[in-house]
Design a protein around this ligand. Structure first.
Ligand code: SIN
Length: 373
């Protein structure tokens, strides 16, 4: 990275933004040769393989949530990014499909919250999957306006629902966190040295081929000693990881389908962004063959279940051109509570919303997180 970065970054300027714009650029396309590809397993002075404790999670417990035995995971640290762990696709054959199906069919359902709720009534945003399936665009058709609710989905929040305006979570706006996603996160956190992780909030981002995610730090959680887990499915992305200052030149890496990132320690509060989605049909087609090679050794108590052919046909169509990212966070430390906040007159959450508020929120929420170029 440093090679290319050095030629575009001038001291004292916002190095992160420059690199973000570089990788987002369409014409001419950037040189991708410095982007780290962990799936190629090349150890450099920056990429350091790390052995996770194989005894931390039993093979049976890993399999229940669709993960391979921890001893088979390929995990890496990055020099200069303390607490950052990258794990290349630790999922058992066939189990990614289950998580993709959850992201598209299950998690957008009520009582979870999504961007469409910001300007549509709960009745209209009910059954996003069922309403979308008959009209989903075919992957063979070129770029078209999103027709269905599923294609217009940009984000879903789970558990403590993130408030995009105030950038906070609150006790008064939460719904039960999905048990199976908590279990998956718990096993991964345990394998990475964070036993007792409690998944309390999730943000799911849905990217089209021309989407990007702006530069930000995830700091709204009240306990930063707990890791942030990030899961990628579908098309690949370029992920940029910087430091605590916007002047720190970020490192670029690919995130392919199934890859995981754990941000803990100092890296937990580092700037990051997704400037570009990179089409990778090969990796997504490999998922298709995974369906046929569905792991047959699921034991009783597995939370991962086989995805029906009909459901998979819809998911496959979706991820043929899109990417899904799930981030899972623990918001509160042990014994911690949200600070008392007395009701304030005029606070948007405490008074009825009028049409103007709704329009303002609509514009803000649709463009806030994922940007479509
Ligand atoms: C995030 O930082 O919230 C998501 C990053 C990603 O999509 O990989």
């Amino acid at each position: 990275m440093a090679k290319m970065a050095a030629s575009v970054v001038e001291t004292g300027e916002d190095a992160f933004r420059k690199i973000f714009k570089l990788y987002k650029r369409r014409n001419p396309p950037p040189d991708f040769s410095d982007v780290i590809d962990f799936s190629e397993c090349v150890t450099t002075d920056k990429v350091v393989p790390v052995k996770l404790d194989p005894a931390a999670v039993s093979d049976g417990d890993a399999a229940k949530v669709g993960l391979r035995p921890v001893k088979d995971w390929k995990a890496f640290n990055l020099q200069g990014y303390p607490g950052f762990i990258f794990i290349t696709n630790p999922f058992l054959r066939g189990s990614q499909l289950f998580w993709v199906r959850q992201c598209l069919k299950t998690y957008p359902q009520k009582p979870n919250v999504c961007n469409l709720d910001m300007h549509m009534s709960p009745i209209d945003t009910q059954d996003i999957w069922d309403k979308s399936v008959p009209n989903l665009s075919s992957p063979s058709v070129g770029k078209t306006e999103p027709r269905t609710l599923l294609e217009r989905l940009r984000w879903v929040t789970l558990g403590y629902h993130y408030n995009w305006n105030s950038k906070t979570y609150s006790a008064s706006h939460s719904t039960p966190f999905p048990t199976e996603l908590h279990l998956l996160s718990y096993q991964i956190a345990t394998a990475c040295g964070f036993p007792g992780f409690i998944a309390e909030a999730g943000i799911l981002n849905y990217y089209k081929s021309d989407s990007s995610l702006g530069i930000h730090v995830d700091e709204s959680e009240l306990d930063h000693s707990r890791p942030l887990l990030s899961f990628s499915f579908g098309q690949s992305a370029i992920f940029l990881l910087g430091g605590t200052h916007r002047q720190d030149t970020p490192t670029a890496m690919y995130m392919h389908s199934g890859d995981l990132m754990v941000m803990s320690g100092q890296s937990r509060l580092f700037y990051h962004a997704v400037p570009r989605i990179v089409p990778t049909h090969q990796k997504v087609e490999a998922l298709e063959s995974d369906r046929c090679g569905w792991h047959s050794g699921w034991q009783g108590g597995a939370v991962v279940e086989r995805v029906s052919e009909e459901d998979w046909a819809v998911c496959a169509r979706y991820i043929h051109s899109s990417r899904i990212n799930m981030t899972v966070r623990q918001v509160l430390g042990q014994g911690q509570n949200f600070p008392e906040t007395p009701p304030r007159p005029g606070h948007p959450e405490e008074r009825q919303e009028d049409d103007e508020d709704r329009m303002k929120r609509r514009r803000k929420s649709d463009s806030f997180n994922i940007n479509n170029t």
